[in-house]
Design a protein around this ligand. Structure first.
Ligand SMILES: Cc1cc2nc3c(=O)[nH]c(=O)nc-3n(C[C@H](O)[C@H](O)[C@H](O)COP(=O)(O)OP(=O)(O)OC[C@H]3O[C@@H](n4cnc5c(N)ncnc54)[C@H](O)[C@@H]3O)c2cc1C
Length: 411
């Protein structure tokens, strides 16, 4: 069977970023189709809620965007505020501490479990009749005309052709539609894997996020409910199978050696998950009537907890460009309109990507000159107020020109 349907906007990928974009544009009454590869779960749960122990550190700017798109009130009761950030260098001098009082904000950020975040977005999406999920489905062919872009999708029962003024690709790092659009990517394999788990600790975290750089890679402990922290431990690929398979007692003692005793004894650990890491950067983010956002455009190492935060800022800027053009009847799928968006986002995306990538280089090896300079760097960051303010603005996501959604204004 074959049929053709027209949408104001098509979003390929209904993950955190694609779902947030649909919500940001919901007040504009656009007809939005979300093409998602995974089947519906039958509940409001996201595709991978039961297999993902990820806790996401949200920057303060992300809280504001989630407020603007109507999700924060569902998330807030389960969000753990970050009042302090403690950055240290295992086995060497040098510490930087960031504090809520230095930022003049109620929190530097928040830690939210992946499933809480995705459920809040999915629940909110259900409230809008003009947002339609097309799932399970994938784009298999694209025809780009001057006025419209046409996509052929394959679903369980049939092939269908959909058309739209703009196709937004939010399919994550391994996007097939990005390939169909023939957009090349720069890829860098770090040879590292992240192990995530939750641990119970003897001492309270006091709402502190710890970032500890070790000679084998960075290790973060993010505050969860009282007495628990989420572990994001970067290790060399070869170590990952052992660390995920070893018994809890040995795992905890190895983790304790790496992390030290700032939270006292590490008492218990939950199931561990492994995520291989790579940097991926689309060499072009727009073509006529198509744009890449979120991980489909830039897939970062999670060391600085910036991937989703950066993707949400893409959402806020793109939604603003589309809403403004739509209000005055302009073509938001044209290359002109899309390049306004990419020019706006370029600086933030480059800064965060380069910052994250340099952290890996600086802190994942033990050359004597490097270890001395990173100790000096951390001390300087701690002692020089303007540098610290810059780091706080970057950590809170409030650096540079802020979109209306980040300022709590309607589109
Ligand atoms: C261990 C770990 C910890 C992290 N911690 C943080 C953190 O603390 N803070 C932070 O900001 N970020 C963090 N991140 C990054 C964050 O998880 C990602 O940046 C974010 O999930 C990206 O969202 P996305 O919607 O762009 O992509 P994804 O989450 O990958 O979603 C893509 C969606 O598209 C769908 N899809 C894929 N292919 C197709 C297709 N061909 N057709 C249709 N649909 C398709 C998928 O099913 C999925 O629903 C972390 C990442 C990892 C791995």
């Amino acid at each position: 069977m074959s049929s053709s349907l027209d949408y104001d906007l098509l979003i390929a990928g209904g993950g955190l970023v694609g779902g947030s974009l649909a919500l940001a544009l919901a007040p504009r009454s656009l007809r939005i189709g979300i093409i998602e590869a995974t089947p519906p779960t039958g509940t409001s749960e996201p595709p991978n809620a039961d297999t993902d122990s990820r806790a996401i550190a949200l920057a303060f700017s992300s809280r504001r965007i989630l407020e603007s798109i109507g999700c924060w009130s569902t998330i807030a009761p389960k969000a753990i505020p970050i009042h302090h950030i403690h950055i240290s260098n295992r086995g060497h001098f040098g510490v930087t501490r960031l504090d809520t009082t230095q930022a003049s904000l109620p929190a530097l950020g928040y830690v939210v479990r992946m499933e809480v975040l995705t459920q809040a977005i999915y629940q909110q999406l259900k409230k809008f009749a003009q947002i339609e999920f097309i799932r399970p489905a994938k784009i298999i062919n694209i025809i780009n005309n001057a006025e419209k872009i046409q996509v052929q999708i394959t679903s369980q029962t049939h092939i269908q052709t959909l058309s739209t003024q703009l196709l937004v690709v939010a399919e994550g790092g391994h996007s097939l539609t990005r390939q169909l659009l023939q957009i090349p990517v720069y890829q860098k394999d770090y040879g590292q894997t992240v192990i995530t788990t939750n641990v119970a600790t003897e001492r309270s975290h006091q709402y502190t996020a710890f970032e500890r750089f070790t000679d084998t890679g960075p290790l973060a402990l993010l505050p969860l409910n009282e007495g628990y922290s989420n572990v994001v431990w970067t290790v060399k690929n070869a170590q990952a199978p052992y660390l995920t398979a070893v018994n809890d007692k040995i795992f905890l003692s190895l983790l304790q050696q790496r992390f030290g005793r700032r939270l006292g004894r590490l008492i218990r650990t939950s199931k561990r998950y492994a995520y291989p890491l790579q940097l991926l950067w689309a060499q072009q983010q727009i073509t006529h009537r198509a744009v890449l956002i979120g991980n489909a455009a830039h897939n970062l190492h999670p060391v600085a907890g910036q991937g989703f935060n950066l993707g949400l800022r893409d959402v806020a800027a793109l939604a603003e460009m589309i809403a403004d053009a739509h209000k005055v009847g302009q073509d938001y799928g044209s290359l002109d309109a899309l390049s306004t968006y990419t020019k706006w986002r370029y600086r933030d995306q480059c800064l965060v990507t380069k910052f994250t990538d340099s952290l890996i280089y600086l802190f994942s090896n033990d050359y004597p000159v490097l270890s001395q300079s990173r100790g000096l760097g951390l001390t300087a960051l701690d002692l020089i107020p303007p540098l610290k303010q810059l780091l706080i603005r970057q950590a809170t996501g409030l650096l540079g020109q802020q979109p209306r959604l980040t300022r709590g204004l309607a589109l």
